[in-house]
Design a protein around this ligand. Sequence first.
Ligand code: SAH
Length: 347
Amino acid sequence: MDAVGGKRDIKSLTLEELKKEMEEMGEKTFRAKQLYEWMHVKLARGYGEMTNIPGSLRERCEERYAYTSVRQVRLQESARDGTKKFLFELADGNTVESVWMKYKHGNSVCISSQVGCRMGCAFCASTLDGLERSLLPSEMLDQVYMITRLTGERVSNVVVMGMGEPLDNYDNLIRFLHLLTDENGLHISQRSLTVSTCGLVPQMRRLAEEGLQITLALSLHATTDEKRREMMPVARRYCLEELMEACAYYRERTGRRVTFEYSLAEGVNDSSREAEALAGLAGPLDCHVNLIPVNPVEERGFRASTGERVLAFKNKLEKNGINVTIRREMGGDIDGACGQLRRKALR
Ligand code: SAH
């Protein structure tokens, strides 16, 4: 378990672990339940809010454990669709982005899993300065918790599609998923969670064996190894064949349909032939395809496919029997693309 400044991170502990800690401290175990409730249900920002915990225990906890919390440093709100993009500061001064989206079926939050990223995708802003560090389970929770507090509305879906590569922070991600779905906490349904990966094959296979009912999204973006290697350095490590096998394995082990994400860049990967090839990959695996017109990033040369080309691409997939959606372009007026708000603030 990760420590913060030499102290254990209390919000990343499971209820069982917290009970053991209380025992070791010579405290009653029901205190664990109380502390856990303050952290994961009442979403307290610190021990100070925990009114039914005796002051002496709060002080002992303060000495013994780190208590993470995030601070809102920027907020951009879309006038178009109400999407809110938050820039949160962590205890060490690093910042991460999280996005709140309102849908008919409930509120969805997109969270970051790392500060920066080391995957190096050619179209992505989050990776421009490399990886700073991975987030703790508590720091992933804090994004959901703070947004719940700030909006005053329940979050029903969480997607790990913000900054960072979640499967490059595997153990912390799994712990986060367990805490977020725990019946003693916010109790968000596993089926309402999505983890997006650039395609780290061994971790995808491991995730299939965790016994979780979450959705796995694979950022595919290309239909040949050659093209994919140009866009995503990770494709040099794992070829399409291995990736497709890992998706099939995920499907088989979990019974969950895998999603392919495909960002459309004009003249790069948006031809009709590529739509056919994508259908050829998605069809046998019964994958859902999510099309995203690429978000232009200043430092990157990619341009979004025109609306017309996106529609033609979608139609082609549908004609081939593929289940496809176009990602609603939420917050397009507020630096929607990953990592852009943080970069702006850094400058
Ligand atoms: N590292 C994970 C999750 C973070 S990125 C992954 O690669 O899946 C979330 C999604 O946004 C990925 O599909 C990613 O490829 C895509 N993405 C990143 N930058 C983008 C941009 N400028 N335009 C469109 N999609 C982008």
